[in-house]
Design a protein around this ligand. Structure first.
Ligand code: HEM
Length: 135
C-alpha cells in the first residue's frame, strides 16, 4: 500500500467517528489561548464543513495545480493581512490533527502517522509560506 492509500483508509476510519473534527478543534484550541480567542466568534458548524473540504484540497496540493492555487489563497487568508496565523501555528495544527487521528483510528501506528505527515507536507508548506511575515 502506498502512503496515499494508507492515508485514505485511515481518514475513512476517522470519518466514521462523528466526533473526529470536533475533537480536533478541541485539541487545537486548548493548545494556545490565542487560538481559543480566534475561534470564539466563529460559526463552528460552517467551520467543520469548510475544514473537511480543505483537508481534501491540502492533500491534493501535491498532484494538482488548481489545488495548490486554492491552498495559496487559503494561506493568504490566514496570513498577516487576515487571521494572523504564524508559520509555527501550522505545526500545532498538524499535531492536534494527528492526536485526533490517534484517538479515532483504531489501527493507528507510526506508518499511518507518517502517511498523514507526507500527505500534508506540501499543503502546509504553502500555507506557512503565505503566513510568514513579509518584510
Ligand atoms: C493547514 C491548516 C489549516 C487549514 C486547512 C485551515 C482551513 C481553514 C478554512 C477552510 C477556513 C474557512 C475560510 C473561509 O471562511 O473562507 C479557515 C478559517 C479559519 N482558520 Fe484555518 N486552517 C488551517 C490552520 C489554521 C491555524 C493554524 C489557525 C490559527 C492560528 C487558523 C485559524 C482560523 C480561523 C480563526 C478561521 C475563521 C475565520 C473567520 O471565519 O472569522 N487556521 N481555516
Amino acid at each position: 500500500m502506498n502512503f496515499h492509500e494508507t492515508f485514505n483508509d485511515s481518514y475513512a476510519r476517522c470519518q466514521k467517528d462523528p466526533n473526529f473534527i470536533i475533537l480536533f478543534y478541541e485539541l487545537f484550541i486548548e493548545k494556545d489561548d490565542r487560538f481559543r480567542l480566534l475561534f470564539s466568534n466563529v460559526d463552528m458548524s460552517k467551520q467543520y464543513r469548510m475544514l473537511k473540504a480543505s483537508i481534501s484540497m491540502i492533500m491534493l496540493a501535491s498532484t494538482s495545480a488548481e489545488a495548490r492555487d486554492y491552498v495559496k489563497k487559503l494561506g493568504k487568508r490566514h496570513g498577516p493581512d487576515g487571521i494572523g496565523a504564524e508559520p509555527l501555528d501550522f505545526d500545532i495544527w498538524l499535531t492536534s490533527l494527528l492526536e485526533a487521528v490517534k484517538m479515532c483510528d483504531y489501527q493507528y501506528n507510526s506508518e499511518i502517522e507518517q502517511a498523514w505527515r507526507k500527505c500534508f507536507s506540501l499543503g502546509i508548506a504553502i500555507m506557512k509560506e503565505e503566513c510568514a511575515a513579509k518584510k
